[in-house]
Ligand binder design. Sequence first.
Ligand code: FES
Ligand code: FES
Length: 153
Amino acid sequence: MIVTFTINGEERSATVAGWESLLTVLRDNLGLAGSKNACEQGECGSCSVIVDGANLCSCLVMVGDCEGTTITTVEGIAHGSALHPIQQAILDEGGVQCGFCTPGFVITAAHLFAADPNPDEETMREAFSGNICRCTGYGALLRAFDRLAEDGT
Ligand code: FES
Ligand code: FES
């Protein structure tokens, strides 16, 4: 089947088997390898993307269900060559170690801060509970997100 969707503001189509995951199609068919395949079981959040306003694990989304959707991947977060404030804050606070989890954290942060520019600690911890950092970078990541919340980004 052919699936057509809007990804990062651009209409894209792919010839797929409907049962394939959105993550596989993003990475293998569309050249968007920013979303990472770390568990393929919905456990780690490394594959997070925003689909029609919902923050989802793309490894659990069947691409056949994505016809006509609007999708934001980590490649769509920066403003051209300028980092998004979320990306800059993570960089400044040293929140990137191996970096495997980072795209998922960026997507979750973008989703959270778009809805609430000044989330409290509990809201942030709940929002990021689906994103796992194997390098124990949580302290640096939370410092970055605290800073964004204080700035009201
Ligand atoms: S790769 Fe999708 S949640 Fe881990
Ligand atoms: S920086 Fe390595 S998994 Fe988070």
